[in-house]
Design a protein around this ligand. Structure first.
Ligand code: CUA
Length: 343
């Protein structure tokens, strides 16, 4: 039995062995636009998938040619005196064993080096800068102005304007991670103590799933994020909202929720700008309710999942550093009501 979990919805789909093929097809359809190198939306990703297909087809043709030669050789070996002459054998070995492989390998290495150079080139001057910090097992996202000052912070969700180059500066807060959005660019290591960077231009609006691509501990597989490419005006509006501090809630229940947040431990790890909560070892929650998912694309951002996550994060993501928060039912409800006001 194969069970797959869809990260956006938390739905599970089950497949018996008998329906394996239809299951693979269904999960492929489901995974479309989720995380695939085969639907590139930037020139860097297009170059990478082009090189991949070139290597695949060249390898496939060579494999078939070798199998064909092997079959011919076996067939001829059963007949006496049917082998090639000495000079024909020598020529075959020199051509197929040395000359052709040399040409093919040099061409592929050349193509790979040229692509690597174009990807590693400096970004254009109108680039937008974002600093992404890898944590076990989530992503801190800070938007920078021209002077490198932080304009807004969020987590696990990177909004970018369509058609504008974006430079992602990468650093780790703990172990080595790897930043990868298959539809946008190649993998880039995220190291402690060393600022790496990558850049891409999303050519099409959409939601592109990214994933940590370097094993970094027990929840490596659930260290995902979303890149949301949108029109420049929508992006501007979003960034302005993210840069603003949280508003004080009007609703008395939400106000009680804020008290719970400040008094029951949440604030020692999380920041909500505009309040006394200034913790800096967990995600910035100032605009938590604007995000699509929780726990780095593990569960959807709904009240039920939020309540479950707060009361027992380990049942959702085992080994995570967020502790359980033991609350009375009315405290938990008020807390989730408050967090939902953080739009
Ligand atoms: Cu972070 Cu794997």
């Amino acid at each position: 039995m194969i069970v797959k979990r869809n990260a956006h919805t938390g739905n599970r789909m089950s497949c018996g062995l008998g329906s394996l093929l239809s299951c693979v097809m269904a999960s492929t359809a489901r995974a479309q636009n989720e995380q695939t190198v085969f639907e590139p939306v930037s020139d860097h990703a297009e170059g990478i998938v082009w090189l991949w297909w070139a290597m695949f087809w060249v390898g496939a043709v060579i494999f078939l040619a070798v199998m064909l030669l092997l079959a011919v050789g076996l067939w001829r070996a059963r007949r006496p005196n049917s082998g090639l002459g000495e000079s024909a054998s020598r020529n075959l070995v020199i051509a197929a064993g040395v000359a052709i492989p040399l040409v093919i390998l040099l061409t592929l290495v050349g193509g790979s080096l040229m692509l690597g150079r174009s990807i590693a080139a400096d970004p254009p001057p109108n680039v937008m800068r974002v600093r992404v910090t890898g944590w076990m097992w989530w992503w801190q996202v800070d938007y920078l102005d021209q002077d490198g000052k932080v304009i807004a912070s969020t987590a696990n969700e990177i909004h970018v304007p369509v058609g504008r180059p974006v430079e992602v500066q990468l650093i780790s807060a703990d172990v080595i991670h790897s930043f990868w959005v298959p539809q946008l660019h190649g993998k880039t290591d995220v190291m402690p103590g060393q600022l790496n960077s990558t850049w891409f231009t999303a050519e099409k609006a959409g939601v592109y799933r990214g994933q940590c691509a370097e094993f970094c501990g027990v929840q490596h597989a659930l260290m995902a994020f979303l890149v949301i490419a949108e029109a420049e005006t929508d992006f501007r509006r979003w960034l302005e909202r993210q840069a603003a501090p949280a508003e004080m809630p009007e609703n008395p229940r939400a106000r009680f929720g804020l008290e719970v947040f400040l008094d029951r431990g949440c604030a020692s790890c999380h920041t909500v700008r505009g309040t006394d909560a200034q913790g800096n070892i967990g995600p910035d929650l100032t605009h938590l309710a604007s995000r699509r998912t929780l726990a780095a694309v593990t569960i959807p951002n709904t009240r039920g999942h939020l309540g479950g996550w707060i009361s027992d994060p380990h049942s959702v993501k085992e080994g995570v550093f967020m502790p359980r928060t033991l609350l009375e039912p009315e405290e938990l409800t008020a807390l989730t009501v408050y967090l939902e006001t953080l739009e």
